[in-house]
Ligand binder design. Structure first.
Ligand SMILES: [Zn+2]
Length: 401
């Protein structure tokens, strides 16, 4: 059994121990010590990493009662070893975890919302509340949490040996189903909660607490939050982002949102005007197509290459040529690609079959059925010549219909 040093001293970053066992596993080793300050993957948070002697500790897990440190090299059983934690990582995780207790207390205190889930990753942490609290509620929770953090209250862990001892403790979450001994982490003046993990010593050490996202989750709320340096880095990134947007709009940071809003409205107006302009242009184009049409065996045949006309406009243009027996084949040349559309009215051949000739001529992909088919291909350098050859082919089809 390993003495868990982190239970009584969360700030212990280095310690001496004796190696109880060292077993090879995969490309590393699993080491058990007589005492350890390494906290394992547990309680929703990642483990500590660091060193045992010269060996790097990359993972720590509980296997039943055993605490096993995964290392990159072996250490002799019975050896006395000096061990060190990556304490920057440990302290950062403690800031998030104590921050989670404080935010959870505030959600419970203000709205009666219970914490029903916690996950701490290396760049963000989430806590789940069992009810919706709304945007303003989130602001209230984080504001109260930051005020309580600034009061720099003591954070202590106490182990209660019997359930009887627990009776007078105002726990945020009921300890029903838990059997003593139970470890309670208390924030002086506010929170008391069962917890197995190491915590900072005073709430001031959490630094700033910031909820950066709150989304509906399983009927409640999932809050993503950052504490300490994570919150600072987030603020720096957000400031850089807003500054970049403001610079692009040549405006002050606090005017950036209004500038984006105005550009969005300008864009909507421009799109509407463009649609109107295209509609007018397409009326003329449709008339020009009709004038270019040739009569083949009592059927109007149109084959035409257009430039930069999107699929929707191609359909509209072709549709405008569909009175009487007709076959219209339109190509849209965008320089890199060519898209094409076949529309027919009152003729026997199915456009789904006729498009096969276009696919073959352009090495393209296209299909359809009945009176409409469309496809696209890489634009060949001799597109106009190919279109003329296809005109001859379709003329022939109509002649022998
Ligand atoms: Zn906890």
């Amino acid at each position: 059994m390993t003495e868990r040093l982190y239970l009584s001293d969360s700030m212990l970053s280095a310690f001496d121990a004796t190696v109880l066992s060292c077993e090879p596993q995969g490309d590393g080793y699993l080491i058990e010590l007589d005492r350890s300050a390494f906290f394992p993957n547990k309680g929703g948070q990642p483990c500590d990493v660091g060193t045992i002697g010269d060996a790097a500790v990359t993972d720590v897990n509980e296997h039943g009662e055993r605490l096993l440190h995964r290392t990159d090299r072996a250490v002799a059983v019975g050896a006395a070893v000096h061990c060190e934690l990556n304490f920057a990582r440990r302290f950062d995780i403690m800031q998030q975890h104590t921050g989670e207790h404080l935010l959870s207390y505030c959600a419970w205190h203000l709205f009666g919302a219970q914490n029903v889930g916690f996950h701490c990753a290396l760049t963000y942490a989430t806590l789940d509340l069992d009810k919706p609290v709304g945007h303003e509620g989130i602001t209230e929770i984080e504001t109260l949490a930051n005020r309580l953090a600034a009061e720099n209250a003591a954070v202590t862990a106490t182990i209660y040996e019997t359930e009887e001892d627990l009776k007078g403790i105002p726990l945020r979450k009921h300890a029903e189903g838990l059997t003593a001994p139970i470890r309670i982490v208390t924030i002086e003046g506010s929170d008391a909660c069962t917890c197995c993990a190491p915590h900072v010593r005073r709430t001031g050490e959490i630094g700033q607490l910031k909820i950066i996202e709150a989304i509906p989750y399983k009927g409640g709320t999932r809050c993503t939050f950052l504490c300490g340096m994570r919150a600072l880095r987030h603020a720096q990134t957000m400031q850089d982002t807003v500054s970049a947007i403001a610079l692009r709009f040549s405006t002050a940071r606090d005017q950036a949102e209004a500038a984006v809003q105005k550009q969005s409205e300008d864009l909507s107006n421009a799109k509407r005007e463009l649609r109107q302009a295209y509609a007018a242009l397409d009326e003329y184009l449709a008339k020009a197509l009709m004038q270019d049409a040739e009569d083949v065996n009592g059927c109007r045949l149109i084959v035409r290459v257009l430039e930069h006309v999107d699929a929707k406009r191609l359909r509209t243009l072709a549709g405008a040529t569909m009175n009487g027996r007709a076959l219209t084949v339109l190509f849209s040349d965008t320089g890199e690609r060519v898209s094409y559309l076949l529309a027919s009215n009152g003729i026997k051949p199915d456009t789904g079959l006729l498009i096969g000739a276009v696919n073959t001529a352009l090495s393209g992909n296209g299909g359809g059925r009945g009176t409409l088919a469309q496809g696209s291909a890489k634009r060949p350098s001799d597109l106009p010549e190919i279109a003329e050859q296809l005109r001859g082919y379709f003329r022939n089809v109509l002649l022998h219909e």
